[in-house]
Design a protein around this ligand. Structure first.
Ligand code: AMP
Ligand code: MG
Length: 410
């Protein structure tokens, strides 16, 4: 039995980032950038107005009210043909380029129609440059806008679009095969025969993969027959960037998956001093021992926790991430956090983290902590590590590992 830290080294140390490729920005959400982005264009590309109103010469409107002759109109996308001379103004819409001669814009709300339809009365004095967005005031050509290693979130993708980039060098999403094994499993909704249970890990792990920005390929339940399972493992290893199996990695298991993984890959079978998710296997699969394979335990909660603690960070590393572990927050455990059992394993207790009326994060255990009790763990968005022979008293503080934050926040 090895400590979790050693298991992390034994798994994460054996994987490395895949080679970057050209990724269209439309497909790059959540991917890690592999090049520095240097601007070749200015943003904004020309001086333009930030309001709907009148482009004016500041000197003409220093004293208000003043009346100016309207010499034309400019909308966004048009280019000014005439200049604004002394005593003149030009109607202008947000985003339209500034005409020559004008050096300020008056909002339409601060104007009214003048003594005839061809004039405008300016009701408020403006300062020089008011409501003008100068060329390059966000980005100038030559600016280092993004550095390699940046995780591409929505605003970065918008920025790349602003810069005229339609593709970037980045680490692509991994295709990850998910294989469920076990003679007792049923996944087609039919009535259960005695001894059968319904397959759940496939859906669970595929969803965890999607949320980790991977592309899951669900192989479903693969029969415990030597040639069928062997062929599926080899096909998964050649078609996908990584393989996840669930079931058949614990001690004394007669599942064929163990025998076949040993034959088709180079495996490291681990027993980790954690609860849940004690058994875990990592290996390199296929003829050239190139495809990482993660053997998760079959109990659904164990599968989820070992995916979180060991597989997900390894997959993120393969996708070029440098921060591969989940963030932690300091939180208050109002009712304390108890160990599930007093044994010599570090407990990872599933908790629900919420923001209290005091503005702090509070955690409460999500319910029963058995590794088969998925219903009781389904609401959990955090894990609290409780070390051997320690327990958290009611009102005590803990670090909560955030394993999933709902869209509306905590
Ligand atoms: P194993 O790791 O194969 O020894 O399985 C441990 C427990 O998890 C057993 O009770 C299995 O029936 C259950 N189990 C294994 N695979 C799955 C699965 N894909 N979905 C739901 N339960 C499973
Ligand atoms: Mg099994």
């Amino acid at each position: 039995v090895i400590p979790l830290e050693e298991a992390k080294e034994r798994v994460w140390g054996r994987v490395s980032a895949l080679a970057p490729v050209k990724v269209p920005i439309r497909e790059a959400l959540g991917c890690v950038l592999a090049e520095d982005i240097i601007a070749t264009e200015a943003i904004p590309p020309f001086d333009n107005t930030s309001v709907d109103g009148y482009a004016v010469r500041f000197a003409d409107v220093e004293e208000s009210p003043s009346e100016l002759k309207v010499v034309g109109e400019l909308r966004a996308g048009a280019w000014p043909e005439v200049a604004v001379g002394p005593g003149e103004a030009m109607r202008i819409m947000t985003g339209a380029p500034m005409p020559a001669g004008a050096d300020a814009v008056v909002m339409v709300e601060d104007t009214e129609i003048g003594s005839d339809a061809a004039t405008v009365r300016i009701l408020r004095a403006v300062s020089k440059g008011e409501s003008i967005r100068p060329v390059g005031d966000d980005v100038s050509p030559g600016d280092l806008v993004l550095v390699a290693g940046t995780v591409l979130g929505p605003a970065y993708l918008g920025l790349l679009a602003e810069l005229g980039r339609i593709e970037v060098s980045a680490y692509r999403r991994l295709r990850v095969a998910v294989i469920s094994t076990g003679d007792e499993l049923v996944d087609d909704g039919r009535a259960l025969a005695p001894g059968q249970i319904r397959e759940s890990n496939g859906e669970l792990i595929c969803s965890l993969l999607s949320m980790a920005n991977c592309e899951p390929v669900n192989y479903g339940i693969v029969a415990d027959e030597e040639d069928v399972l062997g062929a599926a493992l080899l096909r998964a290893a050649s078609d996908c960037d990584a393989v996840i199996t669930s079931g058949g990695v614990s001690m004394g298991d007669y599942d064929l998956v163990k025998v076949l993984l040993d034959r088709l890959g180079e495996m490291d079978w681990m027993q980790i001093a954690i609860r849940p998710a004690k058994p875990f296997a990592f290996g390199l699969l296929g003829p050239d021992r190139a495809t990482p394979v993660f053997g998760l335990p079959g109990n659904p909660v164990s599968s989820m926790v070992s995916f979180e603690l060991l597989a997900r960070p390894a997959l993120l590393k393969m996708m070029g991430h440098s921060a591969i572990e989940r963030p932690k927050l300091r939180a208050i455990a109002d009712k304390g956090v108890r160990r599930n059992r007093s044994d010599d394993r570090v407990n990872f207790v599933r908790v629900v983290a919420t923001t209290g009326s005091d503005g702090r994060v509070h955690v409460a255990t999500s319910g029963a902590q058995g590794s088969h009790q998925l219903a009781a763990s389904a609401a959990a968005n955090g894990l609290v590590r409780v070390d051997v022979s320690s327990e958290v008293e009611p009102g005590g503080e803990v670090d909560v590992i955030l394993i999933g934050v709902p869209p509306g926040g905590l």
